[in-house]
Design a protein around this ligand. Structure first.
Ligand code: NDP
Length: 257
């Protein structure tokens, strides 16, 4: 592998923050060798911008189908990615794909909770489990000491809304109970992974991207995707073992659990 360049997989890359991550990564914001850009329907009309990027950077980008709510899809994706990265393994997995439900408690059904959990929790959990062998390969073959995204890391995109200590400040304007609960669980999942895989020197971290103007964030968001992603990339690039199990916003501030 070229010095400093890494193999990266990002979920949910056909729009929003995921698409911006692909765009900035191929521009060199993070030196990348192979970029596996995953999305549910790579050939569909909602993936046209991603397809164009893929055609412009065929040596770097591989677009691979992935529905993170479907374990068979995750297993198939892991097989394809294993063949793509070979003995180098996967250095960085970004769990970005997610869905939202804005309902308050009384309007949140069991089905709503199951749907949010399938994507926002079981998705990242199964991604970690199925891609662990490729992350371990990258960690074991790395000559870099300590933890970093240049070695092996999983960065999961969480939300300030998953912070228990911030509920009273944000609830009145934004209840989103199923979403909050799912992101809170993602935080616990990541903390457990950070502890369980510390011995493998795989770094696990959570980032809140800010309130971003995407389909999910809406037009009233405070920042645009390029600003959010560039700042998250700067943070990712600076991560060391001190960041294992951390929960930061895009500006590098620690968010209370
Ligand atoms: P968008 O709604 O704009 O994009 C979501 C992406 O996730 C799409 O590419 C979508 O693909 C994909 N996705 C959804 N479900 C699945 C699935 N089952 N399998 C694969 N891909 C899936 O959201 P953002 O880009 O704004 O959000 C990205 C992440 O950032 C999310 O985890 C979100 O919770 C988090 N976040 C966003 C904030 C914001 O203000 N925007 C604030 C805090 C956190 P498809 O087109 O197929 O639906």
């Amino acid at each position: 592998m070229e010095a400093g360049s890494i193999n990266v997989l990002i979920t949910g890359t056909n729009r929003g923050l995921g698409l911006e991550m692909v765009r900035l990564m191929v521009e060199g914001s993070i030196p990348v060798k192979k970029l596996i850009a995953c999305c549910r329907d790579p050939d569909g009309p909602r993936a046209e911008a991603l397809q164009t990027l893929g055609e412009q950077h065929p040596d770097i980008i591989s677009i691979v189908p992935l529905d993170i709510s479907d374990i068979c899809s995750i297993k198939e994706c892991a097989q394809r990615v294993g063949a793509l990265v070979g003995s180098e393994g996967l250095n960085l997995l970004v769990n970005n794909a997610g869905i939202i439900n804005r309902s308050p408690l009384l309007e949140s059904s069991c089905e709503d909770m199951r749907t949010l959990f399938n994507t926002n929790i079981l998705g990242p959990m199964n991604m970690i489990k199925e891609f662990l062998p490729l992350l371990r390969t990258a960690a074991e073959s790395s000559k870099i000491s300590g933890m970093s995204i240049r070695k092996a890391a999983v960065v999961s995109i969480s939300s300030l809304l998953g912070s228990v200590q911030n509920v009273t400040k944000t609830y009145e304007n934004f209840s989103a109970v199923p979403y909050r609960v799912s992101k809170c669980a993602l935080n616990m999942l990541t903390t457990c992974a950070a502890t369980e895989f510390r011995k493998d020197e795989i770094l696990f971290s959570l980032l809140h991207p800010g309130w971003v103007r995407t389909d999910m964030g809406g037009n009233n968001g405070l920042i645009d995707a390029p600003e959010s992603v560039q700042k998250m990339f700067d943070l990712m690039a600076s991560m060391t073992e001190k960041h294992n199990g951390s929960f930061l916003d895009y500006q590098g501030q620690t968010i209370a659990w």
